[in-house]
Design a protein around this ligand. Structure first.
Ligand code: FES
Ligand code: FES
Length: 191
């Protein structure tokens, strides 16, 4: 089968290269681009370890062809940190001991990042529901949920310091909503 010419953004950088039509997005990111922060476990869409953002939506990269991301903006865990250092979510996972082996952590970080970016606000129950697509086999979820809630508080503080930038973002009451990130691109959030 002929290769597909991919033209997309990955972590803010333009990437153009041919890929086999059957190449999975996780193979493209890890094997072709060397972005091994995206982890592979179940390869069946169940664990969320391979989660990345495609046009802001959480996508399990073991279920998506690289060709499907053509023209999109892909963010992996390598692209989450800012020029100032770790992102709010990353730092909160450290501060609240949200991992042990860390294998699931990139996937959780990507989902949490999308939740914060959605502009919605999550209470503890809504966070648990929103994270249902990510599985951790060793930490337990209490510390992970606490890490998200702390990151959300930090995010709120930063937003309040920049009211104009976030004026139009939607806000739900704590505990409301199914906890899914929203996106306007061709990828629907799959949690
Ligand atoms: S490796 Fe993709 S969901 Fe588990
Ligand atoms: S920290 Fe080990 S699987 Fe989650």
């Amino acid at each position: 089968m002929a290769d597909t010419a991919l033209d997309l953004m990955v972590n803010g950088e333009a990437v153009r290269r041919p890929v086999p039509a059957h190449r999975l997005l996780r193979e493209f990111l890890r094997d072709d681009l060397g972005l091994t922060g995206t982890k592979i476990a179940c390869e069946d869409g169940m664990c969320g370890a391979c989660s990345v953002l495609v046009d802001g939506a959480v996508v399990k990269s073991c279920l998506v062809l690289a060709a499907e991301a053509d023209g999109c903006a892909v963010t992996t865990v390598e692209g989450v940190a800012t020029a100032d250092g770790l992102s709010v979510v990353q730092q909160s996972m450290i501060d609240h001991f949200g991992f042990q082996c860390g294998f699931c952590t990139p996937g959780f970080v990507m989902t949490m990042t999308a939740l914060l970016a959605s502009g919605r606000r999550f209470g503890p129950d809504a966070v648990r529901e929103a994270l249902v697509g990510n599985i951790c086999r060793c930490t337990g979820y209490t510390s992970i949920v606490e890490a998200f809630l702390a990151a959300q508080r930090q995010h709120d503080q930063l937003r309040n310091q920049q009211p104009d930038q976030h004026r139009d973002q939607q806000r739900d009451e704590p505990g409301d909503g199914p906890g899914e990130p929203e996106a306007g691109g061709k990828f629907a959030a799959d949690g």
